[in-house]
Design a protein around this ligand. Structure first.
Ligand code: PBG
Length: 333
């Protein structure tokens, strides 16, 4: 006998996989995924990144092969991060403007082999500076010089566009860089190159494994690598909204929140405030923690991975940068 007084029975729509599928509100799609890739100089095998199982620093050739494999799985875009050899790093990050530099060669190789693949380049100086900061330091070496850095970033973006980048992605958090980059791109005739702005990038401890991958943390040493004078304070949501609004005004085509998992509220709030497409970066530490727990047998990797990614979409992301992109794409086939 059932109780007539029970209000709407929500379990009716959870009865079977078919029913649950029909009423599912959010879905992961391979079209939403962007794969970050690391490229290094030299030849030989890909070098695994210890704290990021399944992720490697690829040679130029390996990079193209990996991008091709991703593209064949339906992944439409890759975000490129170069590993600069220590001898090419200097305090000014000059290698960033070397037209024969690794990142630019990688863009050319990718666009030549896979013209349809959307290639996203990183606009920031941390892979190139010996101190590991995203910009150049002021005369006394006490602070990152905003305006001097912005001028370099604008040049860097133009070089990347010339090499064939589809989207340039400033990840540095300097003030005014989106406008400067947009103006420089337009002036150079690259009106169709889009800006994916790391609009709300927090000073996060979740970037640790990435810094190991590109060697920006080790180069800097702990005390030097305090990025809190430019990256957002994890405690601040209103300030993140200001950053995003400014980047939109300055001409960003897509706004990004980074990291993703610990900042779903930021994503959700932004979704309500902007009509621009929103991206989220599930960063290296988010990837590493799931792998670590899975290795200990404490969590199910696939299930937690999918739940984490779905939550990022539910919070409001249209696009997700994730090191899981290929694994997920395989399961979505
Ligand atoms: C810096 C940059 C960082 C990441 C991408 N670009 C981290 C940092 O501030 O050192 C992190 C990405 C990740 O952790 O996966 N321009």
């Amino acid at each position: 006998m059932s109780t007539p007084s029970i209000p709407p029975r929500l379990r009716r729509l959870r009865r079977s996989q078919s029913v649950r599928g029909l009423v599912q509100e959010t879905r992961l799609r391979v079209e939403d995924l962007i794969l970050p890739l690391f490229v290094r100089e030299g030849s030989g095998d890909a070098e695994p990144v210890a704290s990021m199982p399944g992720v490697s620093r690829h040679t130029l050739e390996g990079l193209v092969a990996q991008a091709r494999a991703a593209h064949e799985l339906g992944i439409a875009a890759v975000a490129l991060f170069p590993v600069t050899p220590a001898r090419r790093k200097d305090p000014r990050g000059r290698e960033a403007l070397n037209s024969k530099g690794l990142a630019l060669r990688a863009v050319r190789a990718l666009k030549k082999a896979l013209p349809d693949l959307v290639v996203i380049t990183d606009v920031a100086l941390d892979p190139y500076t010996r101190h590991g900061h995203d910009g150049v330091l002021d005369k006394r070496g006490r602070d990152v010089d905003n305006d001097a850095t912005v001028a370099i970033l604008a040049k860097m973006a133009v070089l990347q566009a010339e090499a064939g980048a589809d989207w340039v992605a400033p990840s540095d958090m300097m003030d005014g860089r989106v406008r400067a980059i947009r103006e420089a791109l337009d002036k150079a005739g690259h009106t169709q190159v889009a800006i994916l702005s790391y609009a709300a990038k927090f000073a996060s401890a979740y970037y640790g494994p990435f810094r190991e991958a590109v060697g920006s943390g080790e180069a800097a040493g702990k005390t030097y690598l305090d990025k809190r004078t430019y990256q957002l304070n994890p405690a601040n949501a209103r300030e993140a909204a200001r950053e995003a609004a400014l980047d939109a005004q300055e001409g960003a085509d897509i706004l990004m929140v980074k990291p993703a998992g610990a900042y779903l509220d930021i994503l959700h709030a932004l979704r309500a405030r902007t009509t621009l497409p929103l991206a989220a970066y599930q960063v290296s530490g988010e990837y590493a923690q799931l792998h670590a727990a899975a290795r200990l047998g404490w969590l199910n990797l696939e299930a937690t991975r999918d739940e984490a990614l779905l939550s990022i979409k539910r919070a409001g992301a249209d696009l997700i940068l994730t090191y899981f992109a290929m694994d997920v794409a395989r399961t979505l086939r």
